[in-house]
Design a protein around this ligand. Structure first.
Ligand code: GDP
Ligand code: IMO
Ligand code: MG
Length: 428
């Protein structure tokens, strides 16, 4: 088996970026396969902090090939800005080191304009998206007739004709949605995207074919999930989800690599739960403990800066995430954030309409009714950030980890006790 995958089991921001970075040196190719610049992955090492959004963590490692595969939606401007930022710090990235799928779909200005209007009109029912045009781009991908793929950017005549058709349609829609909506110019968009295309061209290729050849030559692939299993379009807390398959289910469809090539899937959870945007969140804490977790864990969105909603670890939700994604090992991250709490709680069951269950509801109306049934565990009063092996941890913290692993039915691979690469316990 040549491939490893790192997938979030909650609502995103589980520290996937840190774990992918940690594993990258044992692999040859790092692959992003869904989502877009809604993701924000922070990686810290050697006293430096890197914030990645579209670029796979492989770009931080010389000699590693990074692939943005077919299931990703790409905003070329955001991509080029991010790449310039990384190149200013780490030097030039060649076309051979960073590949973009010619099948990946392109985020266009009308996607951003449409999303701004839709979210504003939804008011109380707004999804609370990152406003990056992700959902509107995936909608055009599914709708097909108004979609533009990265490969199309390399064919100016085709792109020009397609944009004329699409933009005239989009202008009608935008105007109907909001009489004050700005009208877009196909010619201006074409000119701007032609400039992007020149800079993107060295990177655009058939990544599916590249990945198949990499597997055939025993290259080791590392799949970097974005978002989390509970934000999955099919299996998450619909409609408060993202628009891609952000559980393990998306690896195959988003990269063209068959599921059987994945030898090891590492599910990442936080030692507690966070969520950004709308939607029910059974274990959310609106009290001083929630604020303490937010402050200590620096729980503010990497992409939008929004305060993340914080709560106790929800084993019903996370084990559902683990079952969807098919987890071999777990990583429990941000354990240190719970240091110093007198006691800690884990939601082990849900009570819905007086009935107890460990099933995760399929509808948010049911999820909104959940009363969490907590297991209360002793907290630990010491600083865990210097722990480098399990035996360095206080016994209450080890008990907490054991309880999570038992409830999620998977053994631990890593425990993360701080943002730095070094602040990691590797479990045997
Ligand atoms: P991702 O989207 O899953 O990659 O996660 P993010 O990077 O958005 O959010 C995780 C945040 O926690 C980042 O700011 C990381 O630097 C930080 N982080 C990662 N692991 C740990 C940890 O074990 N302890 C603490 N305190 N912070 C961590
Ligand atoms: P990473 O990869 C946390 C959330 C948004 C919103 C919903 C839909 O850093 O874990 P979208 O813009 O995708 O249409 O928004 O999904 N969301 C995330 N939450 N981490 C992320 O990515 C997220 N990407 C999207 O807040 O609730
Ligand atoms: Mg994040």
């Amino acid at each position: 088996m040549t491939a490893t995958a790192v997938i979030g089991l909650q609502w995103g921001d589980e520290a996937k970026g840190k774990i992918v970075d940690l594993l990258t040196d044992q692999h040859d190719v790092v692959v992003r396969y869904q989502g877009g610049n809604n993701a924000g992955h922070t990686v810290c090492f050697d006293g430096e902090k890197y914030k990645l959004s579209l670029l796979p963590a492989g770009v931080l490692h010389p000699g590693i090939v990074s692939v943005i595969a077919s299931g990703v939606v790409i905003n070329p401007e955001a991509f080029l800005d991010e790449l310039s930022g990384i190149e200013n710090r780490l030097g030039k990235t060649s076309g051979d080191e960073l590949l973009i799928s010619d099948r990946a779909h392109v985020i266009m200005p009308y996607h951003l304009a449409e999303e701004a209007i839709l979210e504003a009109r939804s008011k109380d029912n707004a999804i609370g998206t990152t406003m990056r045009g992700i959902g509107t781009c995936y909608r055009d991908k599914a709708g097909r007739s108004h979609a533009i793929r990265m490969g199309d950017l390399l064919h100016p005549d085709l792109l020009k004709t397609r944009l004329e058709e699409i933009v005239s349609f989009k202008n009608v829609v935008l105007k109907a949605l909001d009489a004050n909506a700005p009208q877009l110019s196909a010619a201006e968009i074409f000119e701007t995207y032609q400039k992007y295309a020149e800079r993107l061209a060295p990177h655009i290729t058939d990544t599916t074919s590249y990945l198949h050849k990499a597997i055939a030559t025993d290259k080791k692939l590392l799949f970097e999930g974005a978002q989390g299993s509970l934000l999955d379009i099919d299996h998450g807390t619909f409609p408060f989800v993202t628009s891609s398959s952000s559980s393990g289910a998306g690896i195959h469809s988003g990269s063209g690599v068959p599921e059987r090539a994945i030898g090891r899937l590492i599910g990442v959870v936080k030692a507690y739960t966070t969520r950004v945007g709308g939607g029910p969140f059974p274990t959310e804490l609106h009290d001083e403990i929630g604020q303490h977790i937010r402050d200590t864990g620096n729980e503010y969105g990497t992409v939008t800066g929004r305060p993340r909603r914080c709560g106790w670890f929800d084993a019903v939700a996370s084990s559902y995430g683990a079952r969807i994604s098919g987890v071999d090992h777990l990583t429990i991250a941000l354990l240190d954030v719970l240091d110093g709490l007198g006691e800690v709680q884990i939601c082990a069951e849900y009570e819905i309409d007086g009935e107890r269950t460990t099933d995760f509801p399929s509808h948010v109306e049911e999820l909104a009714k959940v009363k969490p049934v907590y297991k209360t565990l002793p907290g630990w009063n010491s600083d865990t950030t210097a722990a480098r092996k399990l035996s360095d941890l206080p016994s209450a913290a080890r008990g907490y980890i054991d309880t999570i692993c038992e409830l999620l039915d998977a053994p631990p691979a890593f425990i993360s006790v701080g943002p730095d690469r070094e602040q990691t316990i590797t479990c045997d």
